[in-house]
Each structure stands twice: as C-alpha cells, then as structure tokens.
Write a protein that binds this ligand. Structure first.
Ligand SMILES: C[S@@+](CC[C@H](N)C(=O)[O-])C[C@H]1O[C@@H](n2cnc3c(N)ncnc32)[C@H](O)[C@@H]1O
Length: 325
C-alpha cells in the first residue's frame, strides 16, 4: 500500500505524543542494555524457531515481553481500537500474543529481523506505519499462506482433476489465511482443463480475510506485487474467487464441492477435535469429489485422515488426497 492509499482500518486519534515518547525512551534504554550486555547468541540467528528455554528466559531479563505487549497493544488500540472491536480482532491472538519471548516475536516479524522493540514505538507515531505493523502482526508469511507451499499436493490435485476436464468446478479452501493457496488451487483446476472455477477461501481471522479479499498486504508491498503478478492471466469470467469468514468448528459454508482443501490447518492451529473437523470437511465434498488434507509440520495428520476415511470407502489417490465414493 502506498502512503497515498487510504488505510483499510479507520484510524482513531492515536497515542498522545507525550505517552509515545515516554514509552519509546523506556524501550530505548532496554534495547541499549540488551545490545550492550546480552550474550551474542541472542542477537544472532533471528530466524531460528527452536531455541532452548534458557534463551527465552535470558531475553526476558532485558526485554520483558508482557510489558512490550501491554505498551504496544495500547498504542495500536489508540490508533485502531474501534475498528478492531468492530472486526472482533483480539490483539492477544497476534504473533506477538503467542510469542514466548522477544526472540519468537522477532522471528515472526520479518521487518524486525535485526531490530529491537524501541523501533516499534517509532513506527506507532504514524497511523500508516502502525497500520502496516498491525497487519504484519496478524499476517506474517511464516504463519500465513504462500503460492507454492504444497507443490506436490497441487500437482496431485491437478492430475486428479484432469479427469474432470471441460466441467465447471467448485472448490472450498478451508483455512485459507491470506488466500494465496486458494489462488493456487484455482489455477491448478483451470490448468487441469476446468471450463470454469468457482473457489471460496475461508478463514476465521478478519485481518487475513481483508488481505485475501483485497489481494494485497499493507505491510509487504513486495508480497502484494508477487501475488498480483501470479494472478495475471486468471480472468474473472472463468475463475471466480471469493473469500469469507468461517471457522471449521461451524457447519460448512456450502456442500457438494468438487474439491475441499484444508492445508496447514489441522496440524497446528485447530488442535484436538480431528474427527469433528474431518466430518465437516468430508461432508462438504460431492460424491466422487476430492478432499485434500496436508500439513507441512504434522504429516501424521493426513495419515490419520486417510485411515479414518478409508473405513468409509474413500480412496487415497496420493498422500493426503482422497476421493469420496
Ligand atoms: C498455516 S495457515 C495455512 C494457510 C493455507 N491453507 C496454506 O496452506 O497456505 C493456517 C490457517 O488456518 C486457519 N485457521 C486457524 N484456525 C482455524 C479454525 N478454527 N477454523 C478454520 N481455519 C482456521 C487460518 O486461516 C490460518 O491462517
């Protein structure tokens, strides 16, 4: 989003200049002390996810995450509180809310790879950069979607759909995050010869939904440009995509889909009730249609899905890709 474009969320007044500079100075002192005294290992390797518990504990001494969350969320609420309430966005569910220490927060937020918390308060002085930070907290590429996250699954889907060439196909992408995977599924269906594709991507998370609907990322112009380039050549007449809010724990948003995909969802984010989630996903597939379930971090999940559905007569065409009887 360029600075001349309107913000997606209506800003309120923002934090007072005095309050902001007080918090910024406090965090600058903390950041200076971290820079001067924290062991080198805590500065390096920002990308690493697996860290010993001691590293998080040590980092907490310099940069206490609860205080950071309190201060930063207060600034973001001062800017966007009414809009966040209207959309039912809970800041505690952002990547900062889930982090164990500053080390996790930094790994989730690409713009902070080499930064320190004080910088966040510099950004909160302007509505546009606070807005970008808010979307980054909820739509980090590490948590969200990518166009090429599951290439093997996409080619297996393409091969299975080739048999449907010339037909109009309906797709539901359950847990679509910011929507790139939905576009990739639509393209795979079209490339397999579908005469028309209607794909619905759903996510329960409102800021992801805004990115998916607008095909853009306020915090990442490069990612916006990549998505738009990838969409070139997909015309609305033969490829209709829509995005909506939906939680897998609710009844499905439709039925008789030719393909239901649930990628990267069941293993990590939706914990626990696999049989119920699976029943809802499987129930939305048309007879003879496909269910695709995969998760890069939890391969046991698609094996469990295949076992459960095999008992009901579904056939596994490729790992995690099943055809309904
Ligand atoms: C790792 S992303 C996967 C995105 C995408 N399917 C992909 O493979 O690229 C996990 C997504 O699961 C979705 N999710 C989380 N909790 C969910 C729930 N209770 N019901 C439905 N979807 C959920 C959110 O959209 C979240 O972004």
């Amino acid at each position: 989003m360029s600075s001349s474009e309107a913000l997606w969320l209506e800003p309120a007044g923002g934090p007072s200049a005095a309050e902001l500079s007080e918090r910024r100075r406090w965090w600058e002192a903390r950041s200076d002390s971290f820079r001067a005294h924290a062991p080198a290992a805590l500065h390096a390797d920002a990308d690493r996810r697996e860290r010993p518990a001691e590293a998080h504990g040590l980092c907490e001494r310099y940069l206490p995450l609860d205080s950071l969350r309190g201060d930063l969320f207060a600034c973001l609420r001062a800017w966007f509180g009414p809009a966040l309430d209207e959309l039912e966005v809970d800041l505690a569910t952002s990547s900062l809310g889930r982090a164990r220490s500053w080390l996790d927060a930094r790994a989730e937020l690409p713009s902070l790879a080499s930064g320190l918390p004080a910088e966040l308060f510099v950004r909160c002085a302007a509505a546009a950069s606070a807005h970008a930070l808010l979307f980054e907290l909820f739509c980090s590429p590490r948590l969200g979607a990518a166009l090429t996250r599951y290439p093997a699954q996409l080619s297996a889907i393409g091969a299975a759909l080739a048999g449907e060439s010339g037909r109009a196909l309906r797709i539901w992408d359950a847990g679509c995050a910011t929507g790139e995977g939905t576009w990739a599924l639509a393209r795979a269906a079209r490339d397999a010869g579908a005469s028309r594709v209607a794909a619905l991507g759903t996510t329960p998370w409102p800021l992801e939904l805004l990115c998916a609907q607008r095909r853009a990322f306020p915090h990442d112009p490069q990612r916006t440009a990549q998505l738009r380039a990838a969409l070139e050549g997909l015309d609305e007449a033969s490829c209709a995509l829509s995005f909506a809010r939906h939680d897998l724990r609710q009844p499905p948003p439709g039925r008789d889909y030719d393909l239901v995909a649930c990628h990267g969802v069941l293993g990590g984010v939706v914990q626990g009730a696999l049989p119920d989630d699976l029943r809802r996903l499987a129930g939305a597939v048309a007879s003879g249609g496909l269910l695709s379930v995969t998760d890069a971090f939890r391969e046991d999940r698609h094996a469990a899905v295949a076992r459960a559905l095999a008992e009901l007569g579904w056939r596994e065409l490729a790992p995690g890709l099943l055809r309904k009887p």
